[in-house]
Design a protein around this ligand. Structure first.
Ligand SMILES: [Zn+2]
Length: 68
């Protein structure tokens, strides 16, 4: 896991991609989709637990959900 906790909206220290944030209930998770998944948003163990089946597969889908 890349250490990007608390870095939402800032460049990833590894690749400069914007750090993603997931808010679900009262939990927050920050992560770099590019470093961790090669550009695909994949559910890790925690995300799988949080999002069950309805998690997006790409950064673009994430942006649509988060922006909407
Ligand atoms: Zn990165």
């Amino acid at each position: 896991m890349i250490a990007v906790r608390g870095r939402f909206g800032k460049p990833c220290p590894c690749c400069d991609a914007p750090v993603q944030r997931i808010l679900y209930a009262d939990r927050e998770t920050n992560y770099c989709a590019r470093c961790q998944t090669g550009g695909q948003v994949l559910a890790d163990r925690v995300l799988s637990q949080l999002l069950k089946k309805d998690w997006p597969r790409t950064i673009e889908e994430w942006e649509q959900i988060r922006g909407g």
